[in-house]
Design a protein. Structure first.
Lengths: 158, 112
């Protein structure tokens, strides 16, 4: 697998993800990451770039076990893609929280993951959001590779 | 004219970066078979090792979910559109510890 690009995210959006995780604690939160992926961009771009520009928060559909599972239905995915299109963006990944667990993907995460997408995980301990990480599934589905999150202080361009 | 198959964003990299393709097929199963014959790398993301459609792969024929039709035996005809739509799931319950050397968020400026 090629080295994944750095995931660029504004401090404001990073804070929104953390807040969502705190709001839904002790349940998992989830949502779509809307942005741009320039991996297929113009010739001459040395480093592929992926930038999160907006969030599309979703309701966790797993009512049976919301403290350690999340689910986003196909209809939710279609709604997120529609919201992205309206902003001239695309769904480049998904975020969810791990209440009282580290921000590391589980075996369950890997088995249910799609390639290409960035999966952002925020750890929430006792209601306080802590570490945030991002992961991408390898082409052969065998493992997750972490991707660096670059948080910038100024607001993202819209 | 055949059956149009819409390829979801995360799988386009395995399909020559195309967002759709056209196949000749009489059923959804045939269409997915032709699709994965043309783009072999798609197979492991759509089907389990036992050859069953993965549970988080949703297939629609003209906006109708094939689970409520005849599943992979759902008939298709020229002009139909098959959409492959992901659903997303995950959660904690750490069963495997993935090591990560770059997990700390950085505040460095972006590479241009």
């Amino acid at each position: 697998m090629a080295t994944p690009p750095t995931l660029k995210i504004s401090a404001e959006i990073a804070q929104q993800i953390r807040q969502h995780g705190a709001q839904t604690y002790p349940h998992e939160c989830c949502g779509a990451l809307l942005g741009r992926d320039d991996a297929d961009g113009d010739v001459g771009v040395q480093f592929p770039m992926r930038e999160i520009v907006a969030l599309f928060p979703l309701t966790n559909r797993r009512e049976d076990s919301p403290h350690n599972r999340f689910s986003v239905t196909a209809e939710d995915v279609r709604d997120a893609e529609k919201a992205a299109r309206e902003k001239k963006l695309e769904v480049v990944g998904w975020y969810h929280s791990h209440p009282d667990h580290p921000a590391r993907p589980s075996q369950y995460d890997r088995e249910h993951a799609w390639p290409w997408y960035s999966y952002v995980i925020v750890s929430v301990a006792n209601g306080e959001p802590l570490e945030m990480t991002s992961w991408r599934l390898s082409d052969d589905r065998s493992e997750y590779a972490c991707e660096e999150i670059a948080i910038r202080d100024r607001a993202a361009r819209s | 004219m055949g059956v149009k198959v819409i390829i979801p964003t995360p799988l386009r990299v395995y399909a020559g970066k195309r967002d759709s393709t056209e196949v000749k097929a009489g059923t959804v199963g045939e269409a997915l078979g032709r699709l994965t014959a043309e783009f072999g790398d798609l197979r492991k993301h759509l089907f389990t090792e036992e050859g069953k459609l993965r549970s988080f792969v949703n297939v629609y024929v003209n906006d109708e979910d094939i689970r409520y039709l005849a599943k992979e035996n759902t008939p298709t005809k020229d002009g139909d559109t098959i959409s492959i739509v992901p659903s997303i799931a995950g959660g904690s319950c750490l069963l495997h510890d993935y090591g990560c050397s770059c997990h700390r968020s950085s505040t460095s400026s972006f590479r241009a």
